[in-house]
Design a protein around this ligand. Structure first.
Ligand code: CKP
Ligand code: MG
Length: 311
């Protein structure tokens, strides 16, 4: 079995260096929150596998080649002969402000089903990582996400959930109705401070959300604070860790990098403080380089930015 199994939609991201409406050259990159996490883990030497559907054309081939080149397991990937690749246009406005536009309705990735994920899940994993994006992309992808969470929890696999709210895909109320029950299967819940109310009753404050999640059996709640670092909560209390001070050039993918760093620390059996250190270290690598995952470190590079023992 792999260390981490994850599932979702991989996107082909087309990036411009200025306003999209002005046209100009676009560069092609692999994107997708779950593939970002899988790549981050694989770079650190963990066995990571991703399950999803890709289009049966050159764009699907591009996605598979990128994942294979990064050492991510793709045995469970299906090629969908009837549907196109999901696209994401990314328009950079300032260093830390970019806007995205999706073309993913009816995409191959959004056609994910329970049947697609059943086999890879049965093969086992130490951790199943899910994001709140996949249940937003289609009814069948939502069912597949729920199914995976239920099966994994029943099989004793650690479930991790990154809320990853996407306003372009669904409303906060629709997201809360799905993500709150989904979080009940998770041992690890990761959210930005503004996403916390999506895994608890509307209007609940941070201590309230944390108490609710820990009461429902979640072991660790991680609250990402961007440039202010992160807080972690367990039944033993709370910890805060500052971010690594770096110059951000591209913040997309930072959350996924943080998640990969945290899960890497979890797999290595690090204590909470050191798991957080590795999480913020990976976040720092992600924001200092262009692209969601291209700048993520190999294990021997972990201490490059921090000079500390994140490695
Ligand atoms: O929360 P992050 O900035 O780490 O996530 C970025 C990814 O999957 C990016 O790759 C994009 O394709 C997406 O989130 C998305 O669907 O928005
Ligand atoms: Mg995120």
């Amino acid at each position: 079995p792999v260390d981490v199994l994850t599932l979702g939609e991989a996107l082909v991201s087309l990036r411009s260096s200025g306003p999209l409406a002005l046209g100009g050259p676009l560069t092609m990159h692999l994107a997708g929150a779950e593939t970002n996490v899988a790549i981050g883990l694989a770079r650190l030497g963990h066995r990571a596998a991703w399950v999803g559907r890709v289009s049966d054309d050159e764009l699907g081939e591009f996605v598979l080649r990128q994942l294979r080149a990064e050492g991510v397991g793709t045995d469970g990937v299906r090629r969908d002969p009837d549907r196109p690749a999901g696209l994401m246009f990314l328009e950079r406005r300032t260093a830390d402000l970019s806007r995205v536009q999706y073309q993913r309705t009816g995409s191959a990735g959004s056609a994910l089903t329970c049947d697609d994920v059943a086999g890879p899940l049965a093969a086992g994993a130490r951790v199943l990582h899910l994001s709140g994006i996949t249940p937003a992309v289609s009814d069948s992808a939502r069912e597949a996400t729920m199914f995976a969470a239920r099966q994994a929890a029943a099989a004793g696999i650690t479930v991790s959930l990154d809320v990853n709210y996407r306003a372009r895909l669904w409303s906060r109320d629709a997201a809360r109705a799905v993500l709150t029950p989904l979080a009940g299967y998770a041992s690890i819940v990761i959210a930005s401070v503004d996403e916390l109310d999506l895994v608890a009753g509307p209007g609940t404050d941070e201590p309230g959300v944390v108490a609710e999640l820990l009461g429902r059996g979640v072991q660790t709640v991680l609250v990402k604070l961007g440039a202010d670092g992160a807080r972690a909560y367990t039944r033993d209390g709370a910890q805060h860790l500052a971010a690594v001070p770096v110059t951000a050039v591209d913040t997309v993918g930072a959350g996924d990098a943080f998640t990969a760093g945290y899960l890497s620390g979890h797999l290595d059996g690090l204590d909470l403080r050191d798991r957080l250190r590795r999480a913020v270290a990976l976040g720092a690598f992600a924001v200092t380089a262009h692209g969601d995952w291209e700048g993520l470190p190999r294990r021997d590079e972990l201490s490059l930015l921090t000079g500390n023992a994140a490695g």
